[in-house]
Design a protein around this ligand. Structure first.
Ligand SMILES: [Mg+2]
Length: 218
């Protein structure tokens, strides 16, 4: 995938983040929040089905009884509508909020989510509703460039958590010293999600928090 040129990351100071503690970048969908479940509920409310029989998104949306998935362009419209009006309705991933609260005792936390810009208000509202006061950055495309721009501002250790290998690979390619971890929150996706030797895969949040703490410890 072509990467967007000239990504300028906001300054950590402008985000309210200190460069005196380690920095942990955390994804939302399928890491802190149960996106597939929430999007599936949204689709069900519109008479559609989310069938989770492969690790995909738009190819998993069907009309009841259909054998061919919904047109991809239609799926994308539904996806945009979900983020514009309903992304604050998803359930938190089990253990995720407790784990972030624990990590926040020793690290700066930044939420780095790939979502349409229209999602910013509701996604922020969702974080605050669940007691997470950390800053949010919405990104599109691979996360390596923006993550590298943020990470370059701190001399401290850094970590990154995502469910998707392209994002994990991108961050590791752009910021090799950053500890990368894969977490897949949805129980149905876990057996389907591709994994990689490049990134430890830890689906239990308490265990993941332990691994992150060990990685960012001096
Ligand atoms: Mg995600």
């Amino acid at each position: 995938m072509a990467e967007p040129p000239h990504i300028v990351a906001p300054s950590l100071a402008s985000l309210g983040l200190s460069h005196e503690r380690p920095l942990v970048l955390v994804d939302v969908d399928e890491v802190l929040g149960l996106f597939m479940q929430g999007f599936g509920d949204f689709l069900a409310g519109r008479g559609l089905e989310m069938r989770i029989d492969r690790f995909a998104l738009f190819q998993n949306i069907y009309r009841p009884g259909a054998t061919e998935h919904l047109d991809i362009a239609e799926g994308k419209k539904l996806f945009d509508a979900f983020f514009a009006g309903h992304c604050h309705e998803i359930e938190p991933a089990p253990g995720g909020i407790e784990a972030l609260n624990r990590l926040a005792g020793s690290a700066e936390i930044l939420i780095l989510s790939n979502a349409p810009a229209e999602a910013e208000r509701l996604r922020t509202q969702w974080l605050r509703k669940h007691g997470l006061s950390h800053p949010l950055i919405l990104n599109s495309g691979p996360k390596g460039p923006i993550a590298a721009g943020l990470i370059a501002q701190t001399p401290q250790k850094t970590a990154f958590v995502d469910d998707l290998l392209p994002n994990l690979d991108s961050v590791q390619d752009h910021s090799p010293p950053t500890a990368t971890f894969q977490h897949v929150a949805d129980l149905r996706l876990r057996p389907l999600a591709p994994r990689s030797d490049r990134h430890p895969r830890i689906d239990d949040w308490a265990e993941l928090a332990d691994a992150i703490e060990a990685a960012i410890r001096d």
